[in-house]
Every structure is written in C-alpha cells, then in structure tokens.
Design a protein around this ligand. Structure first.
Ligand code: PHE
Length: 363
C-alpha cells in the first residue's frame, strides 16, 4: 500500500495546478524529506498561485527506496495528473524517478540531488543546487589546505550514486593537490564500521572523508573516535541534518562539511530574508539547507510556469532551464542548459553540538 497524502492548504478548486512533491518521508533518510517539505510549505503559503490558479501540492513518499522513487513519480504523473514534479532528494532516487519524468515528458526539479548524471542527457530534469565535481573540489581543498590532511581514508557508500560520485571527485582534486587517498567501502544501513576504521588506522589515514548520509556518517564518527582515530572528519552535504548531531553526539564535534546554505551565511536576496523570517515564525527553529532548497525548487517551478504563460509541460521544462538571476533563499539561482544550477558552496563546522557557518566558496 502506498503512502499518499494530499495536502491542500487552501480550497481545492477544479482548476488547480498540481505539483507532485516526491520525498523520503519514511525510511533511512526521512529527516531529509521532512526538511524539504518544511521549506516547500513556506513557499506555498507565501506564493500560493500561478497564472491566476491555485497551486496544489501532492506529497508522495518514496520511503527512501530506489524502486519506490520511480513508482512514486509514475503515480504522480499517471494518477494524480501533476503538471510538474518537485523532487527527489538523494541522487539515486532522482536518477530512478527522473527516468520516468523524462519518459512522461514532465518537468522535474530536484532541490538537492548533486550527482552530475541526474540531469545529463535529459530535457525535463533540472535542479536548483550545485553539482558534485564542484562540491568534491571544495571538500578536497578544505581537507588539504585548511586541515593539512595528506593521506585520506574515503568511506564510500557503494549503494549511493551520490557517495560514489563525490568520493571520486574528492579523490581527483586531492591527488592533484599532492595528497594520497584510499577507499573503505560500506553499504546504506550498515551499523558496524570497525573493520574499515581499523584498516584506515593501519594505513595511516590522517583524515576521513565520508561522502554518505547522516545515519552512517554519525555511526562512523562514533566508532572512529572509540577506536582511536582523532584526525579531522570531513563530509559532504549528506551530513546536513540535525540527526548527525543527535545520533553522533560528541563524536561529531569538529566535523566539517560542505553544503548549500546556512542561516548565518549572508542573505543576499529579498526571498532569502522572507524565507528566513517565515521559517522562524512558523517552526520556531533555524532552517537547514534542505528547507531553503525546497523553497527554491518550488519558487523556480512556479516562476517557470508564469514565464511559460501556459500549462504546457514542454514550455515549462524549457523555461526552468532558462532560469537566470532568480532570487532564491539559498542565493542567486542560474540554471544552465544542462539543467544544473551554478552556485557557491558553504562550509559548516559542528561545534558544541551546533552547526556553525565558516565560509563560502564561490565557483
Ligand atoms: N546531495 C545529496 C545527493 O545527491 C542529497 C542531499 C543534499 C542531502 C543536501 C543533504 C543535503 O544525494
């Protein structure tokens, strides 16, 4: 049985524009789904219409599963008759769901999938985030230049396209800088990383790079510290969930990661200020990067519908890729002809159990 929630904040009018929001609301990366949804809701409350029609959001749960990731997109298009898809979060899921969107000629905007393959060779799938060659470059520079790492153990989640890609992009830059790396492999859902940590210790790692998701990152950090590894821990955007801290506790203090946004990074657009104000007011907490990205994905889809001036899916998909200088919550958004956004990377450090903004690296 599928989990399908139809959420309509306003009155469902017959002429409503339907957007399918496909997210992991349950399962391994449910924290990501929750955060994106919070941002999408803010955007919908502030900007509820396009072309004089109500925008209706249809939330579908991919259960953090690759097969469901494709099924949910199909269901949204075939049964819910959505005009566009907002989603998904993990690159593996957007690759699976994106193949369906492409086949069904339905525009899809991922808030956060950073693997280059997500959009390559496609016309209908775009994103509002940077891609991993840039994120991997930034993380490698951080490790080599700021943290003085020279021999890095890269913990690779072989089940995630995101992790495999980011591991290799990090490696490329790190070798160019003159360092060495080696891989330690694991799978989503693994709990015991002691063999990999011991091996990394034996091979003289002076830093760990862990391009996975929060659950495993937190467990690897705990076991690394327990087994006597005290060097720097660096990860990608997959650590950007409060769960990294709630699961990892003291072990994640000092961890650095690359990400898309931090509420303390300079708010450069009106929408960034508006988003931050509304988010604090509605939820009484600070927004995470994924909430800002969810907000931006909604805003870019809505803006493309307005510029297309019609509900023609091809025209909307084209307009999404013509997005230029759009004022988003995460900064100025420019989407290129491949469907990728060109944006800066934020560096965040965990200190005293909090995410602390360090700096911004421009492309
Ligand atoms: N970039 C990750 C991926 O492609 C998803 C992600 C983005 C997770 C931002 C957390 C924060 O799989």
């Amino acid at each position: 049985v599928v989990v399908l929630l139809i959420l309509s904040m306003g009155i469902i009018s017959l002429g409503a524009i339907k957007i399918g929001v496909v997210l992991p609301m349950t399962g391994g990366i449910a924290a990501f789904g929750r955060m994106v949804w919070e941002g999408v809701e803010i955007a919908r409350e502030l900007f509820p219409t396009a072309l004089g029609q109500e925008i209706e959001l249809v939330l579908l749960d991919n259960r953090s599963d690759k097969v469901e990731a494709a099924n949910a997109v199909r269901r949204a298009i075939e049964h819910e008759k959505v005009l566009a898809i907002l989603g998904e979060i993990a690159s593996s899921h957007t690759l699976a769901g994106g193949a369906v969107a492409e086949e069904k000629r339905t525009p899809m905007v991922s808030p956060s999938s950073t693997n280059p393959l997500v959009t390559s060779g496609k016309k209908y799938v775009s994103r509002v985030c940077f891609i991993d060659p840039f994120q991997g470059w930034a993380a490698a520079k951080l490790a080599f230049e700021n943290l003085d790492a020279r021999n890095v153990a890269i913990f690779m989640d072989v089940e995630q396209d995101y992790a495999v890609g980011l591991a290799n992009f990090f490696k490329k830059t790190f070798l160019e800088l003159g360092g060495t790396v080696f891989f330690e492999y694991y799978k989503t859902g693994d709990q015991d990383f002691s063999a990999q940590v011991y091996d990394a210790l034996m091979r003289g790692a002076d830093a760990f790079f862990i391009p996975g998701y929060y659950q495993e990152i937190a467990l690897i950090a705990i076991q690394a510290r327990q087994l006597g590894f005290y060097g720097p821990l660096v990860t990608g955007d997959g650590a950007d969930a409060p769960e990294t801290i709630s699961i990892g506790g003291d072990a994640v203090n000092g961890l650095y990661f690359t990400t898309h946004y931090h509420p303390d990074s300079p708010a450069v657009t009106e929408n960034a200020k508006l988003f931050l104000e509304k988010f604090r007011e509605k939820y009484g907490k600070e927004p995470a990067a994924l909430s800002a990205l969810g907000f931006d994905a909604y805003m870019v889809i809505r803006d493309a519908i307005i510029r297309a001036g019609s509900l023609d899916k091809d025209a909307i998909a084209e307009e999404i890729r013509k997005t230029k200088n759009f004022p988003g919550a995460t900064g100025i958004i420019n989407i290129d002809s491949n469907g990728d956004a060109v944006k800066s990377v934020a560096i965040v450090k965990i200190e005293d159990g909090k995410f602390k903004y360090e700096t911004t690296i421009n492309p």
